[in-house]
Design a protein around this ligand. Structure first.
Ligand code: DU
Ligand code: SF4
Length: 226
């Protein structure tokens, strides 16, 4: 119930002027191209199992993915790749994520974006990341069963390192743990596990393959249920 209340609050957030402008502009202009559907154009709530042991941390919603459908990673190619993997390893009840009411459920996993509004060129600023981290802090405080955070890409990795430092009231660790696929950064309150981002740039070029994704999810499950 507390998670639901948080999600109801986050969808009304307007703290980042540049992102508010962009998410609404995209929704206005592109609604015509998807005219059979409503176009979300608002911040992205978290999604998944409230008893999650695995948190999957993304970058920010894609303009025509989550920003269109209103559910994280839903309706774009990154999501197709990601949910197929989550289904293969038993963390999702189905492989497809098409729209908000398609019956998808996660089991043992929860997903959030480090920045919850779609940014121009998929690139939020450090200031936007810092502003939005307040929502992330509040959300992880409610996910009390977490054991590991899977960071999709270097931006999520950086966000998670900063989040841990904030929660500990400590400065950023030096040297900073370097992001990599399958790399673990131990630390309180949970280890971080790096995973290449499932963007088309990585999946079309073979930098991230389905077996590589499964391997990281299996590693996450081992950390989560050790
Ligand atoms: O009403 P609801 O948000 O669909 O959640 C019903 C029930 O299912 C609640 O215990 C959360 C859980 N759940 C889940 O395990 N995974 C999901 O992806 C969504 C909901
Ligand atoms: Fe609010 Fe985060 Fe969106 Fe900024 S990115 S407007 S903090 S939800």
């Amino acid at each position: 119930a507390a998670l639901e209340a948080l999600n109801e609050a986050v969808v009304d957030c307007r703290r980042c002027p540049r992102l508010v402008e962009w998410r609404e502009q995209v929704a206005r202009e592109k609604r015509a191209a998807f005219r059979d559907q409503t176009y979300w154009g608002r911040p992205m709530p978290g999604f998944g199992d409230p008893a999650a042991r695995i948190l999957i941390l993304g970058l920010a919603p894609a303009a025509h993915g989550g920003n269109r459908t209103g559910r994280i990673f839903t309706g774009d190619r990154s999501g197709d790749f990601l949910f197929a993997g989550l289904h293969r390893v038993g963390l999702a009840n189905q492989a497809e994520s098409i729209h908000k009411d398609d019956g998808l459920q996660l089991h043992g996993a929860y997903m959030v974006a480090a920045v919850r509004c779609a940014p121009p060129a998929n690139l939020p600023t450090p200031e936007e990341r810092a502003t939005c981290s307040d929502w992330l802090e509040r959300e992880v405080a409610l996910l009390t069963d977490l054991h590991v955070v899977v960071c999709l890409g270097g931006f999520a990795w950086e966000s998670a390192l900063r989040l841990r430092a904030t929660l500990a009231g400590a400065p950023m660790p030096r040297p900073k743990p370097k992001f990599g696929h399958g790399v673990v950064a131990d630390g309180e309150p949970w280890p971080l596990l790096g995973c290449f981002h499932p963007s088309q740039q990585n999946t079309f070029t073979g930098k991230l393959t389905p077996p590589m994704l499964d391997e990281v999810f299996e590693q996450a499950k081992a950390l989560a249920w050790a």
